[in-house]
Structures are given as structure tokens and as C-alpha cells.
Design a protein around this ligand. Structure first.
Ligand code: DAH
Length: 341
């Protein structure tokens, strides 16, 4: 019996030496010190032993139990220490390594210009009104005073869809009709920004898609002087506090009278250079007093109401501001271009 106890002890200690992780350590404890371990069984069966043997075996078993308990605690502490050392080694931080730079994102140049335009008009009390990009011919042309076969339609080369009468808007002006019909007879001060599409040959100066920012003010007794003053204020905020402006007569079917606003060339200060093609002026936008027919189509009585409207191209303005000579750069997504802004 005593020999058996010694064997159990030897086997237990030999096993313990081999253990390398705490899960196996727990299993070892169950095997040698648990309720159904060989040692416990010996104690359970003490009744089978002689009177003389009992105290000797009892003492032996208890001694061994204590020894194993102690060995278990020592091995457990060693394993914990080992795992701490391991993680200290593998998680070492080398603070002398150079930093890894993150690429900082930025807004697209057209978006930057758009946001500046929004904030200037917001400061003057103009709300943003979003109008649809897929539009009816009726809104894009007819209601803007260009009935079918009107020669002015040729100014806008149009993308047609397979559904007759449904087109991609060629300008943001159809939004004027939408906002008027939504608001009549309340006064209106809105800008209508968004993508426009034209069926054009793509060149350095022409794209098939581009943004426009339309503007519309409708109310009682709005005059051409309001148009000139408001657009001049805009130009000063957008370009330079001292920029010179001029209004040139122009024709648009949806405004009467119509004009284009130029600003003094900010590259050469009006002296003449390649950017302003030696005229000293840069064309910025088209504008005019809303045509009575258009007011009526929007639900306003032209005898009582008047208004002004304008339309500008933020990409064109961005090109002038940064002297970008190819409009195709805007939608190419070449980061060598984009990262400059
Ligand atoms: N819709 C015109 C275009 O695409 C721009 C324009 C001119 C808009 C005069 C207007 C305006 O609102 O009054 O070329």
C-alpha cells in the first residue's frame, strides 16, 4: 500500500513538470487531488485495512496530499510568471520607429467653391432648394418660355432618355418653376445648386456634367437695381472686397431684360492677360429679371410680382480662382490634382 502511494506521488510530480499551460494544470489537480483521485479512493477504503496499517496509511496519504498541493501552487505561480514574461517580450514597443503618416482627406475643389457660394447667399437670406436632375422637357424648356422648336433650345444640347419628354436637366433653371409652384404666393429667396448634363464633345473647356448654382428672388417691387446690388455684394464676398463688376446685355428666353456679370480680372487687375483673353474682364454669371411668362407659369401674377434670377458655374469659377486650364480635371479623381486643394 505504501509503495502504491509513493508511485502515485512520483507519477503526479512527473506529470506536473510537463504542464505548460493553466488549463492542463487544472486538469492535473482534478486527476490527483479531486474527489475521485486514486488518493481519495485509498482514504475511502480505509475500512479494508488492518488496525495497525490505518494510521500509517492515513498519515502517508495526507502528507502526499500536502506535498502535491504545494507543488500545484508553485507550478501555478511559475506558469503565471512565464506568461507575463512572454507577453512583455512579444508586445515590446519600439518608440524609436518613425511615425506612420495618415493621408488627410479634403473636400473636392468644386465642393469647396460650392460651400463658399452657399454661405455667402445664406448670409443674404437665401435658402437652398434642391430640384431634380432627371427633368421633364416641359420644365427644362417650355415653362421657361421656350416652346417646342424654339431656336434658343439649341443653346443646350440635351441628353434624352428612352421615355419621351424625360431628359437630364441641362441647367438648374427648371428649379425656378418647381420652387415657385411650391411657394406661391409667398416671396422667394433661394439658391438652387446641383448637377447639370449636356450632350457635348468633352474638351478642356466643356464637360458633359457640371454644377450650377441658380438663384431666384420673387416678391413685390423687386427691381433691376436689387439684382445689380445683390450680385455685386456676392462678387465682393466671393472674390475681393474691391473687385470691379460690370453688367453686359445678353439674351435668355426666361429673363427680360437679361445680362451677364463680369468681374475685373483678378490675375492682371484689368490690364489684360491670357486668363481674361486680354479683355481685363472675366464672365462670372448670367442673370436677369424673371420673364412675366415664367412668373405666371410659376403661379405668380406678373402685374403684382417681379423677381430676378441668376445662374453661375462653380467649376468655372474654381478654374478662374486657381488658374486650372482643363475642366476635365474635376471628375477624373486624379489625386495629384485633388491633393493641391
Ligand atoms: N440657365 C442659364 C444657362 O444654363 C444660366 C442663367 C442665365 C440662369 C440667366 C438664370 C438667368 O437664372 O437669369 O446658361
Amino acid at each position: 500500500m505504501q509503495e502504491q502511494i509513493e508511485k502515485i506521488g512520483e507519477a503526479a510530480l512527473a506529470d506536473l513538470k510537463e504542464i505548460g499551460e493553466s488549463a492542463s494544470l487544472q486538469a492535473w489537480k482534478v486527476q490527483y487531488l479531486g474527489r475521485s483521485a486514486a488518493l481519495s479512493k485509498i482514504l475511502d477504503n480505509m475500512g479494508d485495512l488492518t488496525k495497525e496499517e490505518r494510521p500509517i496509511v492515513g498519515r502517508k496519504v495526507n502528507e502526499l496530499k500536502n506535498t502535491l498541493q504545494e507543488a500545484f501552487a508553485v507550478r501555478g505561480a511559475a506558469l503565471r510568471e512565464e506568461s507575463i514574461q512572454k507577453s512583455l517580450l512579444s508586445e515590446k514597443v519600439d518608440i524609436t520607429l518613425p511615425g506612420r503618416e495618415l493621408n488627410r482627406g479634403r473636400l473636392h475643389p468644386a465642393t469647396q467653391t460650392l460651400r463658399k457660394i452657399y454661405s455667402i447667399w445664406a448670409d443674404m437670406g437665401f435658402q437652398i432648394f434642391r430640384s431634380r436632375e432627371v427633368e421633364l422637357d416641359e420644365y427644362n424648356f417650355e415653362l421657361l418660355n421656350m416652346p417646342e422648336h424654339h431656336p434658343a433650345r439649341d443653346m443646350w444640347d440635351t441628353f434624352h432618355t428612352t421615355t419621351p419628354g424625360v431628359i437630364l436637366r441641362t441647367h438648374t433653371s427648371p428649379g425656378q418653376i418647381h420652387v415657385m409652384r411650391a411657394r406661391a404666393p409667398e416671396p422667394i429667396r433661394v439658391i438652387l445648386p446641383g448637377m447639370c448634363y449636356r450632350y457635348e464633345q468633352i474638351t478642356s473647356r466643356a464637360e458633359i456634367q457640371f454644377n450650377q448654382v441658380e438663384g431666384l428672388a420673387v416678391g413685390r417691387s423687386i427691381t433691376f437695381a436689387d439684382l445689380k446690388g445683390t450680385l455685386t455684394s456676392f462678387a465682393r464676398r466671393m472674390f475681393d472686397q474691391n473687385v470691379g463688376t460690370r453688367f453686359r446685355a445678353q439674351h435668355f428666353p426666361f429673363t427680360e431684360p437679361s445680362a451677364e456679370m463680369d468681374i475685373e480680372c483678378f490675375i492682371c487687375g484689368g490690364q489684360g492677360c491670357s486668363v481674361c483673353k486680354y479683355t481685363g474682364w472675366l464672365e462670372i454669371l448670367g442673370c436677369g429679371m424673371v420673364h412675366p411668362t415664367v412668373l405666371e407659369n410659376g403661379g405668380y401674377d406678373p402685374a403684382e410680382f417681379s423677381g430676378f434670377a441668376f445662374g453661375m458655374g462653380p467649376e468655372r469659377i474654381t478654374m478662374l480662382l486657381h488658374q486650372i486650364d482643363d475642366i476635365r480635371a474635376f471628375w477624373k479623381n486624379d489625386w495629384r490634382f485633388l491633393e493641391q486643394f
